[in-house]
Design a protein around this ligand. Structure first.
Ligand code: PLP
Length: 389
């Protein structure tokens, strides 16, 4: 098999149909049909029993004071920014998904881009203090692919400079930082339950915070900031979760621990198979911490590997293996953000390098190890033939 020509050189693709980059791990029809029947019969289809149940179960799982279910993570970031009264500039990584900065811009805030750690891919905490100005109100950091940021250092900086600290924890459910679950940190965190996430509700998300007063405000905020008498209390939005999504979320939550543990094994298997290739690097996870491995990324050093990331992407596509260049382009490189990077000192060397060389390989919780074996075989035959590609 390995000796065969790769598809990019005219060989037969290693997979006859497309291997997706991810698939949601879903409950069976039997498993949800009674709950669905109930909401259809009672006609209580939004923000009711199942949403409240999901909030309770997440509180237990994460061991936090407050969980507020919402329509998605982006809305959650906007609600956090609004209810924490953020103003002016917010320090945030450019190496993240666009939504991290989009939420800030919708609030009229200016993202100030901070470089990332080249090994952990999360915000480079050493570069945060130099970007703090009299206009800075907060830090918004992302747990990239589920890898927890350096939360301890970020907390110290936030305290010293009296900044709010919030997390884009879209990838972070099931992640652990220094033996504590992600969800327990900063002023608040916003999570995603969209289909690409380890915990999914179809669409949806939730906010965690230990601050009871803030939680009350967010609960009102997700409902147009209508406190109940239609006398709008502040500029809220429409960000509730539907019961159907909560039913899916509850079933997904039951599988979460098992799924995160499976992902640790899938990643170990990948790493074991890929470590023999020169110029392939993996994301570093701190001790006493755990990544949810929402994604599994490799970084390609084109000189050592003998091929660029883009060529490898192309070659794997022709093998019918779907990969993603997350997060490339980085936020500061994207068209819509051009007006926001003017007059910014863009010393984002590690971000630029990572955006150029990163590639996410297929991973999902119910994935079979044999699939990884074959994906790695495809990489091997591409590697063996790299001088001809
Ligand atoms: C880092 C990050 N933040 C925010 C989001 C947006 O999540 P949602 O679709 O739930 O708004 C995503 C989506 O994948 C993401 O990757």
């Amino acid at each position: 098999m390995i000796d065969e020509k790769p598809a990019i050189l005219g060989g037969k693709p290693i997979f006859s149909s497309l291997v997706p980059i991810m698939q949601p791990t879903l409950p069976s029809i039997e498993d949800i049909q009674d709950d669905i029947k109930e909401i259809l019969l009672t006609k209580m289809i939004t923000n009711h029993k199942y949403v409240q149940n999901l909030e309770e179960k997440l509180k237990e799982y994460l061991d936090v004071n407050n969980v507020i279910a919402i329509s998605n993570c982006t809305t959650g970031l906007m609600l956090l920014g609004k209810t924490l009264d953020l103003t002016g500039e917010v320090l945030t990584p450019s190496f993240s998904f666009s939504a991290t900065s989009l939420a800030l811009i919708w609030l009229g805030l200016k993202p100030i881009f901070i470089d990332c750690d080249p090994n952990k891919f999360t915000i480079d905490v050493e570069k945060v203090p130099e970007k703090i100005s009299s206009n800075t109100s907060a830090i918004l950091a992302t747990h990239i692919f589920g890898n927890p940021c350096n939360i301890k250092k970020l907390g110290e900086i936030a305290e010293e400079y009296k900044l709010k600290l919030i997390f884009d924890s879209a990838h972070g459910v099931g992640s652990i930082y220094h033996n504590k679950k992600i969800g327990n940190f900063g002023n608040g965190e916003s999570f995603s339950m969209s289909p690409t996430k380890v915990l999914t509700a179809g669409e949806g998300g939730f906010i965690t915070t230990d601050d009871n007063k803030l939680a009350e405000k967010i609960k009102i905020g997700r409902n147009y900031a209508n406190p109940g008498d239609y006398n709008t209390a502040f500029i809220g939005l429409s960000g509730r979760m539907a019961e159907f999504n909560a039913i899916l979320g509850l079933k997904s939550l039951k599988m979460l621990e098992e799924n995160v543990k499976k992902r640790q094994k899938l990643v170990s298997y990948y790493k074991d198979k890929l470590k023999k290739f020169p110029g392939i690097k993996f994301q570093e996870i701190e001790n006493n911490s755990r990544s949810s491995y929402k994604d599994f990324a490799i970084v390609v050093d084109s000189e050592k590997f003998g091929m660029t990331r883009d060529k490898l992407f192309e070659a794997l596509t022709l093998e019918n293996i779907m990969t993603k260049k997350y997060f490339s382009p980085a936020i500061h490189q994207q068209y819509a953000f051009k007006p926001f990077v003017q007059n910014q000192d863009l010393d984002l060397e590690a971000t630029n390098e990572l955006a150029k060389n990163i590639l996410c390989l297929p991973i999902y919780s119910h994935m079979d190890f044999s699939l990884i074996e074959k994906i790695c075989e495809a990489i091997e035959r591409i590697f063996i033939n790299r001088s001809k590609i």
